[in-house]
Design a protein around this ligand. Structure first.
Ligand code: NAP
Length: 241
């Protein structure tokens, strides 16, 4: 067991983020969830008792303002899980620049924004755990997801770079690459695509949010202090890097 820490999980109201919040709480941490949907935040905050804040990770000024609010109302953030993400799929040759930019803004710049604002406090305190949720499709590329794959691949380079910068300050930075996981994001996929993808998974099943949450909780522990800059694949063997 680790000492109780304050953890922020972006996109923490549902899917993988909600499972990560459960797992960190089970490890004894105080979990703060942030998201963009105010009604959902209020509902989940009330149901779980977790402090819940509206924060748009793609907006640097909003992140600055909300992190200051969280740190003054809850306390210093020691664990940051950059989980929030969106998709705007389409063929590259037909993709609207807005669809490209929206995905880069949330999935890549959003993680820069939270790290940029939260890491200085971690450096001052000499302790931190940052876990960035990338994707198997960032490792291998994916038809129809050039924007998403570019952002998720970018996260891996970002993770390795800041892992080097922060390593001597007691801060680890790692990436987790989920394969196909049962959430709203995959429920939006056509049934035949989902079936075909499931058939390609050596483990013979689609993943559960808890499969990812267990890895995140492991990386968030104090005992994981010698793991940094790593890319952890959690995909049932579908892609082996
Ligand atoms: P999800 O069910 O679609 O949830 C995404 C969460 O991100 C939602 O809570 C959403 O908030 C939040 N969010 C979106 N834009 C935001 C913003 N600008 N600021 C703050 N929060 C924002 O997704 P999921 O399937 O659990 O996926 C979680 C992460 O795992 C994502 O990064 C995804 O790319 C990655 N991943 C998922 C899979 C998979 O198979 N599901 C595979 C590989 C990687 P609202 O509720 O307000 O919309």
């Amino acid at each position: 067991m680790s000492e109780q820490r304050i953890a922020v999980v972006t996109g923490g109201t549902r899917g993988i983020g909600a499972a990560i919040a459960d797992a960190l709480e089970a490890d004894g941490h105080k979990v703060v969830i942030v998201d963009v949907d105010e009604a959902k935040l209020a509902e989940v905050g009330q149901a779980t008792g977790r402090p819940a804040y509206r924060m748009d990770i793609s907006d640097f000024d909003n992140v600055t303002e909300m992190v200051a609010k969280i740190e003054s109302e809850v306390g210093p953030i020691s664990i940051l899980v950059n989980n929030a993400g969106i998709t705007r799929d389409g063929f590259m040759h037909k993709m609207k620049p807005e669809a490209w930019q929206a995905v880069i803004n949330v999935n890549l710049s959003g993680t820069f924004n939270t790290c940029r604002v939260i890491a200085p406090g971690m450096r001052d305190r000499g302790y931190g755990r940052i876990i960035n949720i990338s994707s198997m499709n960032g490792q291998r590329g994916q038809f129809g997801q050039s924007n998403y794959a570019a952002a998720k691949a970018g996260l891996l380079g970002f993770t390795r770079s800041i892992a080097q910068e922060l390593a001597n300050k007691g801060i680890t930075v790692n990436a987790v690459c989920p394969g196909f996981i049962k959430t709203d994001m995959t429920a939006a996929m056509p049934d035949d695509v989902l079936k075909a993808e499931t058939a390609k998974i050596p483990a013979g099943r689609i993943g559960n949010p808890e499969d990812i949450a267990d890895m995140v909780a492991f990386l968030a522990r104090e005992q994981s202090s010698f793991i940094t800059g790593a890319t952890m694949s959690v995909n049932g063997g579908q892609y082996m890097d």
